[in-house]
Write a protein that binds this ligand. Structure first.
Ligand code: PMP
Length: 356
């Protein structure tokens, strides 16, 4: 064979997600929630009408969309749901960034953004964060084809907050500002209320972190009727039924259980703040996190990698990014208090071994 058939194959660089171990470990590498889903979710799945699985689900996510609208105190017409926020974000990139002008996003942010740009043929410019991983609003006051801000940011864990977003929105009324709020439920502020004022703002969110449903794949977007209509058209040009019946009933149950949501997010925030204190006391540079993970500075890339490998040898998985500016850090998801105790103990052993 000449091999000519390969000429049209996709050759882009894919996103690389955290390792999924096949045996039980302390898993602090993909920012999952250490607590089970709400008991209402477990009940909803147990009581699922399995005969109904013969039928396609509601195309717009049905009651899941309604429950999300109730949670945020908005109309369901302003809500879009999809199969995980990665899918929603990819659709949003396709929907919102259709001009030839480059879109803007930070140098240290969710590393899926450049992958979608390559996949969808969207040009982009990288805007460096400062030495404290904070963006300068001035850098976003120039012509662009759209702006993507992850707030709070991953993997830095730093929140920009709504005053910052407002400044960006005021200066960019001719393009769409996409805020990836995957971790906003662990932050002091979330951007959704800004969508009432700014029709060019789209905020995406996920049930994978604060709702303990990474395995079910539910993501959403909130924005003006114009953007949501365009997203629906994009969805119906790609996959009409992105959220299955089981995910709709479970997601509705999760979105409606405010008490469990508050209890688990508060618990994670408390463990996060305590773990941050403990890591700082051990000499690590851990900025104040607004997420369910800590971005711990280890001093040098060699030391970060050595600690990553040592922890892995002790069955504690954290995330190491071999990339410029962040290769001296580890991203550590927040687990249960006893898992964080085990982490800290092993970090202490590592430091002890370093000294001897
Ligand atoms: N945005 C950010 C910043 C993330 O870290 C993640 C999780 N990797 C996602 C979006 C996607 O989450 P999901 O597809 O599970 O909703």
């Amino acid at each position: 064979m000449s091999g000519d058939w390969k000429k049209g194959l996709y050759e882009g660089e894919p996103y690389v997600s955290g390792e999924q171990p096949t045996r039980p470990v302390i898993k602090l590498n993909t920012n999952e929630n250490p607590y089970p889903p709400s008991p209402n979710v477990i009940r909803a799945i147990r009581d699922l009408d399995t005969d109904s699985l013969r039928l396609y689900p509601k195309q717009d996510g049905g009651n899941l969309r309604v429950a999300l609208a109730a949670h945020y105190g908005i109309s369901k017409e302003n809500v879009f749901v999809g199969n995980g926020s990665d899918e929603v974000l990819a659709l949003a990139f396709r929907t919102c960034f259709g001009t030839d002008a480059p879109i803007l996003f930070a140098d240290v942010t969710y590393s899926f953004y450049p992958v979608w740009c390559a996949f969808l043929g969207i040009s982009y410019e990288i805007v460096p964060l400062n030495e404290n991983f904070f963006p300068a609003a001035e850098d976003y006051k120039r012509p662009n084809g759209g702006i993507v801000l992850c707030d709070p940011n991953a993997p830095t864990s730093i929140g920009m907050g709504n005053d910052f977003l407002r400044e960006i929105l005021e200066a960019n009324q001719d393009s769409i500002v996409l805020v990836d709020a995957a971790y906003a439920d662990f932050a002091e502020e979330d951007a959704v209320p800004l969508t009432a004022k700014y029709a060019n703002l789209l905020v995406t969110g996920t049930f994978s972190k604060s709702r303990s449903l990474a395995g079910l794949r539910i993501g959403f977007a909130i924005g003006s009727l114009e953007i949501i209509h365009a997203l629906m058209a994009a969805k119906d040009s790609f996959n009409s039924y992105p959220v299955g019946r089981a995910a709709i009933v479970a997601g509705e149950a999760a979105a409606s259980d405010e008490e469990y949501f508050r209890m688990t997010t508060e618990r994670i925030k408390r463990t996060r703040d305590e773990t941050g204190e403990r890591l700082r006391a051990l000499g690590f540079d851990a900025p104040k996190s607004q997420t369910n993970f800590i971005f711990a500075g280890c001093g040098t890339p060699q030391r970060a990698r050595a600690l990553f490998e040592y922890l892995r040898s002790q069955d504690i998985y954290v995330r190491y990014f071999d990339m410029p500016r962040v290769n001296d850090r580890l991203r550590i998801s927040i687990g249960r208090p006893e898992e964080m105790d085990a982490l800290i103990s092993e970090v202490e052993v590592f430091l002890e071994n370093e000294r001897s």
